[in-house]
Every structure is written in C-alpha cells, then in structure tokens.
Design a protein around this ligand. Structure first.
Ligand code: ZN
Length: 317
C-alpha cells in the first residue's frame, strides 16, 4: 500500500507537448494526413479564442501521446536556441523507419539520414513550420498501439512520445528540477547530451538535455515548442507538487482548469515553460470516443460567442 501511494504521488512521464504553427490547415494536414495522428480535440486557445488549439494523439488522446498546437496565422517563423524544448521524439515500431523515409520523400518532408544515439536508431524530420521531430526505435519495446489511418497502419504508426529534448546554456539547474522534484534520474551521457529517465512509467519517460553554453536563446514563434507538460494522476497530486515547487522558491500558477485536464505552470531556471497536467477528466468529457475531434469545442466562458468565434477561425477542409 505504501509503495502504491508513492508511485501514484509521482510524475508519470510526459503528458503533452505544445508547439506553435502558422497556417492551421497546413498544420492539420501534416499531423493527421502525413504523420497519421488522430485529431482528438479541436478547440480554441483559452487565452486567445480567435486561435485554434489542436490536440493530436492516439485514439483516446492518452497522456504521453498528445501533441498540441496553437496555429497563429501570420506569426512567422521562430528559431530554436537555448531555453526551450527543441526536439520531439516519437516512438515507432522496429523496421518502420524505411516506410517513414519513403513517405517523407513522397510528401517533400525535410528529413535526415537514419542515425543512432544511446543505442537507438532514429529518423529526424521537420514539420511544415520547421519544428524538429524524431521517429525513434526505442531500446525497450513499446507496447502502446498507435492510431491507424488508411495510409499509416498500426504496424508503422507512431505510438506516442519517447522523449523531449531541451537545449540549455547550463543543464545543472534544470537537471536539479528533474531529479529533486520530478523524480527523474540521469541514465546516460553522450557528448553534450544528457538523458534523464523516470521509472514511474514505461513510456514517454525520457527527457534529454543538450548543454550548449555558446548558443543564443531561441525565439518562440512558428516551428518552435511553447511548453512541455508532465503528467500526474489527478488534481490532489497536482496540488502536492504545487506545494513542493513553491517551497523551492519558484513562482507557479494556481490550478487552472483546461477542460480536459487541470494544470499548473512554472518556468524552470533554464528558461523552459513547464506544466504539470492531470489524467482527469480526459478528452471524452464532452465528446464520445468515436467522435473525438469532429466538432469545435469551446470552454463554457466562450459558448455565448460561438457564432462570432466560428466566423473568425479559419475554415478547415
Ligand atoms: Zn499545455
């Protein structure tokens, strides 16, 4: 019983990653059609309801599979640098990288040669806004089932996240947050890349950090990551972490209701915006599983302005 309590009162790897795009239709086409993810929720940015908020994931939008975007049309390209998450890693099945390389050629997706690090083969590519992603054959077998489309069958589909990479001037202060607060430990180092892992879950449990003391800070706009959300079971545990983080002297938001999860945000000392997000209530709170992502969902404070919001948002085809 004691062990169970300890395991539950912990960070369960990644919950979601949020990035910035420019054109909404192009973003939607790339992630659903080329990459074969499921649009599990189509809503608006709660702080800017004239902008979509897309959530792409597996069938249910399980924590650890969710990549979300704010498509701010006309924002223009940002660039990566220190103080941000710079690379998103998806887990894929063994022998699937050939399929993906051919598919990326077919759709003119910018990609690199297959490479290896920490004993894992991976294929790096960029989305249409220049956001960097990797498909990785993970050292430990990943039993999660990916979303299947006509073109991307389950045997090659992405299974959810493997890792996120943060690029930092100095890894030490961020590493301290990961080990002392979030329950990660250093697994390996290769050159200036440090790999941290949590044993609390089997997947989406890796954070890589690159130390780049001479690299300039990045600029957040299209093609860059906005924040990284870590997963907790529920809002009681969320509030335990709030106390823990505040007691170390970091500024942290109150609990925020994001309709599909509850959140806290704090900026870690390396400059990356971290969020903690709960499993509850999940994406089926306002749509049944088989209809996820099919209609525009608004938080209740904007429901009265639905008509105006729908007229402002770009029409998706
Ligand atoms: Zn978030």
């Amino acid at each position: 019983m004691l062990k169970k309590t300890i395991m539950e009162n912990t960070i369960l790897g990644l919950h979601h990653i949020t990035a910035i795009a420019d054109d909404a239709q192009r973003n939607y086409n790339f992630y659903t059609k080329v990459l074969g993810l499921r649009l599990v929720k189509k809503t608006v940015n709660f702080d800017d309801p004239g902008t979509y908020h897309f959530y792409f994931g597996d069938e249910a939008g399980s924590p650890g599979t969710i990549l979300t975007f704010f498509p701010w049309e006309g924002i223009g390209k940002g660039y990566t640098g220190t103080g941000m998450a710079t690379d998103i890693g998806y887990s894929v099945a063994k022998d699937s990288l050939g399929f993906w390389s051919d598919r990326f050629k077919q759709f003119n997706v910018k990609q690199e040669q297959i490479q290896e690090r920490f004993g894992e083969q991976y294929l790096s590519f960029q989305d249409p806004d220049g956001l960097k992603l990797d498909l990785i054959i993970t050292a430990n077998e990943d039993n999660r089932k990916g979303w299947e489309t006509n073109d991307v069958k389950a045997d090659v589909a992405t299974k959810g996240f493997h890792n996120i990479t943060l690029t930092l001037k100095n890894v030490t202060p961020t590493a301290t947050i990961l080990t002392d607060i979030l329950g990660y430990k250093l697994l390996k180092q290769e050159g200036n890349r440090y790999r941290f892992i949590t044993d609390a879950v089997d997947n989406a449990n890796v954070v890589d950090m690159i130390e780049a003391p001479n690299l300039a800070p990045g600029r957040g706009a299209a093609g860059t990551n906005h924040h990284v959300a870590f997963r907790v079971k529920d809002d009681n545990i969320l509030m335990n972490f709030r106390e823990k983080i505040a007691s170390k002297g970091f500024g942290i938001t109150p609990k925020i209701d994001r309709d599909y999860f509850f959140s806290l945000y704090f900026r870690e000392p390396g400059g990356v915006l971290f969020e903690l997000a709960t499993d509850n209530p999940g994406f089926t709170r306002d749509e049944p599983l088989n209809e996820l992502g099919t209609s525009l969902k608004l938080p209740k404070q904007y429901e009265n302005n639905r008509k105006q919001i729908e007229e402002t948002l770009p029409v998706l085809s």
